[in-house]
Design a binder for this molecule. Structure first.
Ligand code: GLY
Length: 414
């Protein structure tokens, strides 16, 4: 109404018009609860949300046995976790959630469960390495476990895990091979996906905890190669980069889980933000920091009205598309860390506020599962083109949501 009044040209003077326009801006700002813009976030109660996650973790814990029962997803119409074994790429997230929930609560029963659910993942290395996901599987579990307990057995196992991951590195290309099976299946001689950025953290960790310095060099080279291949000139990201194995050149960028080869798959953009921020932390290289900023800006610039991405930013039927809460959780966690590296106070506030805005949106009743199912969050999309995990609760959304809440507490509220 105010807007219509302004447009109606019925003001006696320009000053009055300016005052009313100012009021409109304030009112619109106050009533939009979940917008994409940077906003003040003092009211967000992360402690309450952490308590929610701890309580839900305990409830899930009581429903699980230790053997072969790692939560992965809850599909539409279901209320309980579908579980997977240790060789699934998502196996590390439940132990990781337990470690974070222990960190948040100090609860000894959660600690015991964290240990018990981490231990079986040692079996991951009993079979030949056939994908890049070792970082997700073993750093989220053993990595968090070592950080919180200093257990030397975890330390030693992580070093072996890093060496195993490094066997997928191709020096000719300068990246880790993500999916060996896709060489033949898809005709992708050497393929590297943006998700692989997260696995570099295991290599960086190993290089500074007794492993070879070569692991650091591989991680740096991988990150640099992906900046000029997986990342497009406009800072959106391909899901998959395909390389030649004879001379290592970049052949093409394609998709696997996105809408199209040229589209912006939401979680991929999140992996990029998170991955390059982590690479800056581990190397101090400004080019990684700049990359993380550009990728974040692209993500923020394209967020829809309610602040949570659809599964792919370029799906043409976007308003009817499923959301991907996991991409928001990953990006929020990455941007919270990114904000801490900004020397300029305005930029620090920009990324912190954007991250908190994402967490606020995820923390509304639209996205929290509350008592609808055993997960923390609803509305993630795993693999839309395959028809898998569409508009579902998925374990990695919960993991990065909890991680982001803890980061917020650690960086800004302690
Ligand atoms: N790493 C696979 C995914 O993000 O779905």
């Amino acid at each position: 109404m105010l807007k219509r009044a302004i447009e109606g040209n019925n003001f006696e003077n320009q000053e009055m018009k300016i005052v009313v326009q100012f009021v409109v801006v304030i009112v619109v700002g106050l009533i939009s609860s979940c917008t994409t813009s940077v906003k003040k976030t003092e009211a967000f109660d992360s402690g309450k949300k952490l308590a929610y996650c701890v309580e839900k973790t305990k409830a899930s814990m009581s429903m699980l046995s230790f053997a072969d029962s790692l939560p992965r997803n809850i599909l539409q119409g279901q209320t309980a976790w579908n579980k997977v074994g240790i060789h699934d790429w998502c196996s590390g997230f439940w132990p990781g959630i337990l470690w974070y929930a222990y960190e948040a609560s100090g609860d000894s029963a959660i600690l015991e469960n964290a240990r018990n659910f981490t231990e079986p993942l040692k079996g991951v290395l009993d079979v030949p390495v056939d994908n890049h996901d070792l970082g997700f599987m073993l750093y989220c579990s053993f990595g968090n476990g070592y950080r919180l307990t200093n257990d030397s057995a975890y330390h030693d196992f992580l070093l072996v895990a890093a060496d195993s991951l490094a066997t997928l590195y191709n020096p000719k290309v300068g990246t880790i091979l993500s999916w060996p099976a896709m060489r033949e299946k898809m005709g992708w001689p050497h393929n590297t996906i943006i998700d692989n950025m997260i696995n570099l953290e295991l290599l960086f960790w190993a290089a500074k905890n007794g492993g070879s310095h070569d692991l650091y060099d591989m991680a740096v080279k991988h990150a640099k190669t992906c900046m000029t291949t997986l990342v497009r000139p406009d800072y959106s990201i391909y899901h998959v980069a395909v390389f030649d194995t004879i001379d290592g050149h970049f052949i093409k960028g394609v998709t696997h889980q996105g809408y199209s080869d040229s589209s912006m798959w939401a979680r991929g953009q999140g992996w990029g933000i998170y991955g390059y921020t982590m690479c800056y932390r581990e190397t101090g290289k400004e080019e990684f920091l700049t990359m993380a900023e550009k990728l974040s800006d692209k993500f923020l610039e394209r967020l829809p009205e309610d602040g949570i991405p659809y599964w792919d930013f370029d799906d043409p039927v976007i308003l009817n598309s499923p959301k991907d809460a996991s991409s928001a959780a990953v990006a929020a966690s990455g941007m919270l860390e990114l904000s801490t590296y900004m020397k300029d106070e305005t930029l620090k506030a920009k990324y912190k506020d954007a991250a908190v805005a994402l967490l606020e949106c995820l923390s509304t009743n639209d996205y929290l599962s509350n008592d609808k199912n055993e997960a923390f969050l609803l509305h993630s999309t795993g693999h839309y083109p395959d028809g898998n995990e569409i508009d579902a609760s998925i374990i990695y959304a919960d993991y990065y949501y909890l991680e982001a809440l803890l980061r917020l507490k650690k960086y800004y509220q302690e």
